[in-house]
Design a protein around this ligand. Structure first.
Ligand SMILES: [Mg+2]
Ligand SMILES: [Zn+2]
Length: 179
């Protein structure tokens, strides 16, 4: 059996422009500069893409699960139209006070994907823009990558991210990974 390569991506601020508010409608979903091409590049390079996203807006009652699913479906379809395959999307619907096991930096989204797909994500790249993404990556023995888009610059300023590789955006991270 061929060894599959997986890559984990945060969504907001990595794939799409973080509005510093919740994206609850496909109309508000804007791909980051070069991110569609980056998804295609990763796909062509053999990476199976898994998106792991915190969406507390569901628990907060700001959006329904269906609305968030629709946004994610839109992302997946646009990616597909552009030659990229998003294999799986894991959503944490909880707010911090819910104390769930899936809201990043907890690793439940990763273990859930592993169980569902019968795969192992340890050692995979994990690209995010928040410190919680880096913490989640490290806690699950993934390779943390920070992008400066979204909250990335703020993360760089406020946290020690020396264990992560840092890139301007998803496209530059993908260029590094796919070389
Ligand atoms: Mg993010
Ligand atoms: Zn959760």
């Amino acid at each position: 059996m061929a060894i599959e390569k997986y890559i984990i991506l945060d969504r907001d601020g990595v794939i799409n422009v973080d509005l510093f508010d919740y994206v609850t409608n496909p109309i508000d979903f804007k791909f980051e500069q070069g991110s569609l091409e980056a998804l295609k590049k990763l796909t062509l390079f053999g990476y199976k893409i898994i998106v792991a996203t915190n969406q507390a807006c569901i628990s907060l009652g700001i959006a329904t699960k269906k609305e968030i699913d629709d946004v994610n479906l839109h992302m997946k379809q646009k990616a597909k139209e552009n030659g990229a395959e998003i294999l799986h999307i894991e959503v944490c619907p909880h707010k911090p006070e819910d104390k769930c096991k899936c809201r990043k930096p907890e690793t439940g989204l990763l273990t859930s994907a592993e169980k569902l797909l019968n795969i192992n994500l340890k050692g995979s790249f994990f690209i995010g823009d928040k410190f919680s993404d880096i913490q989640c990556a490290l806690a699950h023995d993934c390779l943390p990558v920070l992008v400066k888009t979204g909250y990335g610059e703020i993360t760089l300023k406020n946290h020690d991210v020396s264990q992560a590789q840092v890139f301007e955006r998803l496209s530059s991270a993908a260029n590094f990974i796919c070389q």
